[in-house]
Design a protein around this ligand. Structure first.
Ligand code: SF4
Length: 251
C-alpha cells in the first residue's frame, strides 16, 4: 500500500477535484450534477447555473423548469433539478443558506450521499472524513487488489482501513486521475502505468495489444489520435433523503 501511495503521489502530485467551483455551494451543485455524467460536461453547464443562481437562497426559489433546462445536457435532468432545488431549500431551512461542514448534515441533504459529502468535505473544507469512492476508485481499487467488494460503502471501509487518514483525500484524487488518464475501464494502458509492478491485474489476458486511448496517453506517446473517454459517475440517491450510492465497474 505504501508503494502504491508513493507511486501515485509521484505520478500525480497535483491531482485535484476537476469540477470547477469557487465555493462549497458551487462544488455541492457540481458534484450532484456529476452523477452519471462527466466533470468536463458538468463544467460546461455550471457557469450559467451559478450566474443565474449564485447561492442557495437564489436556487431555492428557482422555477423547477428553468433549473431542468439549465442542467438538461448532463442527463437525468429532472432528478438532478429536483435534487438541486431540494438541497438548496434544505440549506436555507436548516443551515442559513450555508453548506454544513460535517458528514451527517451533508448526507441529510437531498441528492447527497457519502461520495458527494466526501468530495465537499475534502476539497473545500480540507477534512479527511472518508474516501471518495466513484467509478474510478471502485475499478482501480479492485484491479490493484485493495478490495474485493463492489459496494462503495464497503470499498470505502477497506480503503480507510489500509490508508493513513491524512491520505484519504489525496489518494482518491490521484486514483481518479490515474483512472481517467491511464487505467481506463475498457483498455487500461498497463504499458505506461507506474503501478504495473505492484498491480495483480497488469497486462492480464484480454488486455494485451489493446489500443491505448486517452488524453494523457496521447501526450506521452506523442500521437494525436486517441480520444479520452471519461466515465460516468454513479452516485445516485432515491427515496426520502437516504443515501443509495452505487458505483459500477466495467473492468
Ligand atoms: S497496471 Fe494496468 S490494470 Fe494495473 S493499475 Fe496500471 S493500468 Fe490499471
Amino acid at each position: 500500500m505504501d508503494a502504491i501511495v508513493a507511486k501515485l503521489a509521484a505520478r500525480w502530485p497535483d491531482a485535484r477535484c476537476e469540477l470547477n467551483h469557487t465555493s462549497a455551494y458551487e462544488l455541492l451543485c457540481a458534484t450532484i450534477l456529476a452523477a452519471q455524467s462527466t466533470d468536463r460536461l458538468v463544467n460546461t453547464v455550471t457557469p450559467a447555473l451559478f450566474t443565474h443562481w449564485p447561492d442557495a437562497r437564489a436556487l431555492a426559489a428557482a422555477p423547477p423548469d428553468e433549473v431542468e433546462r439549465a442542467v438538461h445536457s448532463t442527463g437525468f435532468f429532472r432528478m438532478k433539478a429536483r435534487h438541486l432545488l431540494g438541497m438548496a431549500q434544505a440549506l436555507v431551512e436548516r443551515h442559513g443558506g450555508e453548506v454544513p461542514a460535517d458528514m451527517e448534515s451533508l448526507c441529510a441533504l437531498p441528492g447527497v450521499a457519502r461520495k458527494t459529502a466526501n468530495v465537499v468535505l475534502g476539497t473545500v473544507f480540507g477534512k479527511d472524513e472518508g474516501v471518495v469512492v466513484d467509478t474510478h476508485v471502485t475499478r482501480l481499487s479492485q484491479r490493484l487488489g485493495l478490495t474485493r467488494e463492489n459496494d462503495p460503502t464497503k470499498i470505502e471501509k477497506d480503503l480507510m482501513a489500509v490508508l493513513p487518514r491524512d491520505q484519504w483525500r489525496t489518494f482518491a484524487d490521484r486514483l481518479i486521475w490515474h483512472g481517467r488518464r491511464v487505467c481506463f475501464a475498457k483498455q487500461p494502458a498497463c504499458g505506461l502505468c507506474d503501478l504495473a509492478p505492484l498491480c495483480p491485474s497488469a497486462d492480464t489476458p484480454g488486455r494485451e495489444g489493446e489500443e491505448m486511448k486517452g488524453e494523457d496517453v496521447k501526450r506521452e506517446k506523442g500521437k494525436g489520435k486517441g480520444k479520452g473517454k471519461a466515465e460516468a459517475k454513479t452516485e445516485t440517491k432515491t427515496g426520502k433523503g437516504k443515501a443509495n450510492a452505487k458505483a459500477k465497474t466495467k473492468a
